[in-house]
Write a protein that binds this ligand. Structure first.
Ligand code: KIV
Ligand code: ZN
Length: 515
């Protein structure tokens, strides 16, 4: 591989999913994995197979689906974890086992309760075991940024001798400073003995606790690392990971400075970030670099004047370079199935004929309710109609009365519960409270409503309302989405969607182990 080629290792589906409230179901993970391939990432870390049966199943499904990118499965440095990771990824076109073990004094003493010599032995033993399964092995020295550089070199030498090909230097707690981290990478790379017959790639994995994950990653690449571990939108444990789109665009916009090559198709950035945002139910912050709604907006008169005279005065990149739509109107009442199919393909959705039919029927229904159907509306329909998990609870009818007559807001709900038609009515302090109360009575589920948010998906008074609901119940948390032109109906759908997800998670045991 060219020495100037940067490998993008995406861990949105593993470290990203460890971010609170960012869990995804299997269909959503598959959808995101496909989109990550279209984006051009080189490695997809699909999950941590030993952490839960659900993670194993998702990693295995992604391994079977992805053809261009490598698929990595995370494992602790134990035989059982490595074996489990291998079972989940072995059928991938290019599987990678990713083993991690902590090397900092603090982690070794208090977390692992092991002497440094024992840690070195465990690295040797685990990597050697993995090398009996595949030649594509990554070893991560957890908390490397707070490790003794000399010990880090010994740890990496042990991993290389046992068969590792990628050595990852994580700043696990986001503690490092850019120049310092660059120096660490340089020192480690200079100290490690690299075999002549095997190419060794140095990688970095930076967390964002001090807001420096991207700066530290870029400093490491300048110092010689050739793999950047990133997540879409920078989601991840605590304050998150290095943000994929920020690193990709820094390398793109400042190509003359860095001089690196990579496989990212920048015009797929915005569709990818939007897809993730819809899946995890978190909006893209307005001021988010690269993809926020304000990233290309110019408010001050001086800036507007400058941009009108020459865009380059205040804009360093073109919105189209990151795939920001110009909000072109797409579908309507009279659009045909073939046009929808082409539109879906254009948006990156490869759906089979049956699923296109489902979206088409939903699109026609929506076009009866609102005049214009935008890309964002179609995206919402796809997520709601195609990628929803098999429902235990389903909304059949909803009627709400809410007027200033002295009678409290009343909801009448008809639901399908495990195939059985049930109905109930009740009051609430407001219409949403009434609807949620009736759904709770019908399902017998009374989770805590942690968050409720309503947004208009597109502009105009007939915009589709999208409701995001976050629920917690006995330590399990879920996010539900619902969209409909009527926001009370959207709210009921979101609540029911969250209940379905909560039940699914409970069935899978929501207490999966994280790294
Ligand atoms: O933050 C970390 O150290 C990790 C490793 C597993 C790479 O996520
Ligand atoms: Zn991490």
């Amino acid at each position: 591989m060219d020495d100037k080629r940067i490998i993008f290792f995406d861990t949105t589906l593993r470290d990203g999913e460890q971010s609170p409230g960012s869990t995804m179901n299997l269909a959503e993970k598959l959808r995101l994995a496909r989109q990550l391939e279209s984006l051009g990432v080189d490695v997809i870390e699909a999950g941590f197979p030993a952490s839960s049966p659900g993670d194993f199943e998702a990693v295995s499904a992604i391994a079977g689906e992805v053809t261009k990118a490598q698929v990595a499965g995370l494992a602790r440095a134990t035989r059982s974890d490595i074996e489990r990771a291998w079972q989940a990824i072995k059928h991938a076109a290019a599987p990678r086992i990713h083993i991690f073990l902590a090397t900092s004094p603090l982690h070794m003493k208090y977390k692992l309760r092991k002497e440094p010599a024992e840690v070195l032995e465990q690295i040797r033993e685990s990597v050697a075991f993995a090398s009996g399964l595949t030649a594509n092995i990554q070893f991560s020295a957890e908390d490397a940024a707070r490790s003794d550089p000399e010990f880090l070199i010994q740890a990496f030498n042990a991993a290389i001798a046992a068969g590792a090909t990628t050595l990852n230097i994580p700043d696990t707690v986001g503690y490092a400073q850019p120049a310092e981290f660059g120096n660490l990478v340089r020192a480690v790379m200079a100290g490690v003995k690299r075999p002549a017959e095997r190419k060794i790639i140095f990688s970095v994995h930076c967390h964002n606790d001090l807001g420096l994950a991207v700066a530290n990653s870029l400093a490491a690449l300048e110092a010689g690392a050739r793999q950047a571990e990133v997540t879409v939108g920078g989601i991840g444990e605590r304050a998150g990971n290095a943000c994929l789109e920020e690193i990709a665009m820094a390398l793109h916009v400042r190509k003359e400075y860095f001089g690196f090559e990579n496989g990212i198709h920048t015009e797929q950035i915005y569709p990818t970030v939007r897809l993730l945002s819809r899946i995890i139910g978190q909006p893209i912050p307005l001021n988010k670099p690269i993809v926020g709604a304000n990233a290309f907006a110019h408010e001050s008169g001086i800036h507007q004047d400058g941009v009108l005279k020459h865009r380059g005065t205040y804009e360093i990149m073109d919105p189209s370079a990151v795939g920001m739509p110009t909000n072109a109107l797409v579908m309507g009442k009279h659009s045909g199935r073939r046009a929808l199919k082409a539109k879906l393909e254009n948006m990156g959705y490869q759906l089979d004929e049956g699923r296109i039919d489902i979206v088409f029927t939903a699109m026609k229904k929506l076009a009866d309710l609102k005049q214009t159907v935008y890309d964002e509306d179609i995206e919402a329909l796809v997520l709601e109609e195609v990628y929803r998990i098999p429902d235990k609870y389903r909304l059949v009818h909803l009627s709400v009365q809410c007027a200033d007559t002295g009678v409290p807001p009343t909801a009448m709900v008809v639901m399908d519960i495990k195939g059985e038609r049930r109905q109930h009515a009740g009051f609430g302090v407001g219409p949403i409270d009434a609807v949620f109360g009736v759904i709770s009575s019908l399902t017998g589920r009374k989770p805590y409503l942690e968050q409720y948010r309503v947004d208009a998906i597109t502009g105009g008074p007939d915009a589709l309302g999208e409701v995001i609901v976050r629920l917690t119940d006995e330590g399990c948390r879920s996010v539900g989405r619902g969209s409909h032109p009527d926001i009370i109906n959207a709210s009921a759908r979101a609540y029911i969607n969250a209940l379905n997800r909560l039940d699914k998670k409970r069935a899978e045991s929501c207490h999966k182990e994280t790294k």
